[in-house]
Write a protein that binds this ligand. Structure first.
Ligand code: NI
Length: 151
């Protein structure tokens, strides 16, 4: 069971207005985040959170621009000890047998797995698959990379 740590941060809505938010995070997640902030020399946790949110928004917008016929790769890292996760991930992939061409599974540690999924199809579908995988509990990260297929 993860410890939950309460944390307050300010988020920039524009250059003038600052809104304060309070969020709950598992302690190990916050520890990792603080470690990165320290290494990267951030002056405050708020600044790090602002940057992380900006990156999240940029990534989402970039994903929204993925359209048309594409070749893609999804890299996913997940905890295979998470109950039911392996089954769910397999079921999602089986719904897209016409899109998913191949996958490689690598057991990176006792409980962590890395999977590389090769896909080809409409960009919006590739994005949907990535988002569905990302939404599952126990999935640590999902990265989608695509290139357009020239007609
Ligand atoms: Ni594995």
């Amino acid at each position: 069971m993860n410890q939950i740590t309460e944390l307050c941060g300010e988020v920039v809505t524009n250059d003038i207005d600052l809104s304060r938010i309070g969020i709950s995070l598992p302690k190990n997640l916050l520890d990792k985040f603080d470690e990165i902030l320290h290494v990267r020399g951030y002056s405050s946790r708020s600044e790090g959170i602002r940057d992380a949110i900006r990156n999240y928004i940029t990534y989402y917008q970039w994903m929204s621009d993925v359209k048309g016929e594409r070749q893609g790769v999804i890299t996913i890292i997940y905890d295979h000890e998470q109950r039911g996760l392996l089954h769910t991930l397999t079921e999602i992939q089986h719904e897209y047998t016409n899109i998913i061409q191949a996958s490689i599974h690598s057991h990176i540690s006792h409980d962590k797995c890395l999977e590389i999924i090769l896909l080809r199809g409409d960009g919006s579908v590739l994005k949907t698959i990535a988002e569905r995988l990302m939404a599952q509990k126990g999935v640590e990260s999902v990265k989608l990379t695509t290139i357009p297929i020239e007609p």
